[in-house]
Design a protein around this ligand. Sequence first.
Ligand code: NAI
Ligand code: MG
Length: 353
Amino acid sequence: MAKIKIACLPGDGIGVEVMASAKEVLQTLATVEEDLKIELVDFNWGSDHYIETGEMMPEHAIDTLKGFDAVFLGAVGNPALIPDHISLWGMLIKIRRELSLSLNIRPARVINGIQSPLHSPRKFDFIVVRENSEGEYSESGGVIHNGVNEIAVQNAIFTRQATERAMRFAFDLARKRESKVTSATKSNGIVHSMPFWDRVFQEVAKDYPDVKTESIHIDALAAFIVTKPQNFDVIVASNLFGDILTDLAGAVMGSIGIAPSANLNPDGRFPSMFEPVHGSAPDIAGQEKANPIGQIWTAALMLDHLGHLNASKRIIEAIEEVTKQGIKTADVGGAYSTREVTNAICDYLISSA
Ligand code: NAI
Ligand code: MG
């Protein structure tokens, strides 16, 4: 296979630490997987760049990223020095919008050796497909008048195109996994957009008669993620519902430090972006405490997306082998450093080759 070119954006805080770990894993894997050839190119954009230059990324950044097969991001944000709306909108959200990354895919499953906070959970393994470009997160609206007369209006935008795109992606995924799609709705309370969401869901379902479906209100669904996560396989959700459900899913897995995510450009016109669910964690930055698994699992999603299924599987296998041996960071109950966990994963990749 041709060499894959990856733009690495470590960003801020622990993003820099977990990116170093994931790059090492990718480079190690490339030495043992014959048809995996990777070129990793670093871009040190982010909060330090902002402090030096007044911008999170240079003007040509998006054009530069378009020349890569994928974008691999650590985390963005240094809230002690720069307000979050400047750092996130200047980099993370700018990339999501300008590369049309309209789907956010977030798997959640039991990892061997990592204890879920749930009391004796059954084995679960599901994927949330979150609409990533519109819905409740829109800039449409405003605030008028002052004092007791003040009015805030926030519009949720649901287009047929984006709604259908998220749903078709979910159905295609469920078909591959030979399972079902659960739609996160709230048509009993939100009377325009959610009945529309339900209608599009039923229409799309007609094209997939072999895939089972169900619709569950988001409040009940949140409770079920805690009480019976094993019942789910592919969940399709709007931007806000998907955002909340996936933080909950990360918690149920055992730590936000292990949760991966993919921001996909569905038509392949631009590169997709891969980043863990967590942020820059300033409270633990620079202390060798960051769990590198979220970033490393994200690297596996990236390889899977780029067609290297075997390499992707090997990463997941290495992660589970190491956690099973108890080589874990403190957030998941271990006593090992970022570096020790990374080394153990790389060692396993070499010894199992
Ligand atoms: P956070 O995810 O950075 O941290 C939340 C808590 O989880 C902290 O106690 C942290 O120590 C812990 N944690 C996170 N990742 C961990 C890991 N890999 N290993 C061990 N523990 C981990 O969220 P927070 O504190 O709300 O945000 C910090 C900064 O990150 C802010 O500037 C925020 O805007 C930004 N952020 C950036 C994101 C991104 O770039 N995709 C996503 C979320 C937040
Ligand atoms: Mg979130």
